[in-house]
Design a protein around this ligand. Sequence first.
Ligand SMILES: *[C@@H]1O[C@H](CO)[C@@H](O)[C@H](O)[C@H]1NC(C)=O
Ligand SMILES: *[C@@H]1O[C@H](CO)[C@@H](O)[C@H](O)[C@H]1NC(C)=O
Length: 397
Amino acid sequence: MHCPKCLLCLSALLTLLGLKVYIEWTSEAWLGKAYPGPPGTLPGPTPASPEPTLPANLSARLGQTVPLPSAYWNQQQWRLGALPSGDSSEAGDCRAWGNAAATEIPDFATYPEDLRRFVLSAACRSFPQWLPGSGSGQVASCTDTDAPYLLLAVKSEPGRFAERQAVRETWGGPAPGIRLLFLLGSPVGEGGPDLSSLVAWESRRHNDLLLWDFFDVPFNRTLKDLQLLAWLGRHCPGVNFVLLAQDDAFVRTHALLDHLQALPPSWARGLYLGEVFTEAKPLRKHGGPFYVPGSFYEGGYPAYASGGGYIIAGPLAPWLLRAAARVAPFPFDDVYTGLCVRALGLEPRAHKGFFTSWPADHTADPCTLQDLLLVRPLSPQDSIRLWKHLRDPQPQC
Ligand SMILES: *[C@@H]1O[C@H](CO)[C@@H](O)[C@H](O)[C@H]1NC(C)=O
Ligand SMILES: *[C@@H]1O[C@H](CO)[C@@H](O)[C@H](O)[C@H]1NC(C)=O
């Protein structure tokens, strides 16, 4: 060879090629390590995650185009600058919003009763905390030093004592970086037994109940989300991630922590992760589950994570609260969160480890849980049995 320059060029090229292969290999290995689940759970290479933003006009974000459907939600959303704020205890603006809806929706009288009640009070969103007597039972703030990495925020109902206790004894038990809180409405239901003294005892015993003074019914679940977001802002702004789950969920908490810790840091600000429904539409069977009348909402649902259990990034909490003031009320808490996330210009991320309608026959075999992070629904007994199985060293799968 009589071309030293060519040799130099060649070796430089080879070095570059080697470097490229190495970079690709390490980034793949890194993504692969993040979660050894089915392919496609972590789309890579990592796209730049958008930061949340809230434009003055949300119409384009929420897919609203003219001509606008005449459905009440769509009309309201088009005009909505902000929902009336104010305390529900004063029959203020928020009741006026609902009363106006009742007169403007032509077939309001045919709505199922829970939906009618929802619409009437939907704009009333600030409720006082329900405190179990004489200053006690106040849930402690996260101080700056021990802000949890992951807050487990579990939506329960006052009467579901066994479900809560099963969570405490299993996946919600004390662990470094973890904090458990239950979100509940008032223990004095409408026409139900008065559970105040039992819940007050439980609250003093465990200090993990966040209670608010509204009826604890499914269509009031969005209130729990909003009250939690407000509580986080005041008492736990440093939290990294929040799991919002139902009390019949079962979570492999350590696997979930591993997964979150392995996420690219750029995801951590806007993360909204779970079992994502992308093409869901309102169900129109009157009296059927999840019925939404055409006179209330037209169009498909935004992509949203199933309310059985999903993750949001801590820094997203104040943004969601701000978005909620500008997104018209919707009866289903998980669809509503999807709408708010879309208003912020973000998208949910799907993870196959979230399985919110887990077949009952799977509960008998802990091996089916191997690659999963969250499943539901499980009875308290099944949760405890599964937890024991998972603690056994080297379960044979
Ligand atoms: C909001 O944006 C839409 C287009 O996306 C536009 O048609 C509408 O007039 C805007 N509304 C206001 C109040 O500017
Ligand atoms: C939600 O709670 C409020 C306050 O207790 C109540 O006025 C409203 O009717 C409840 N919503 C439903 C759908 O029952």
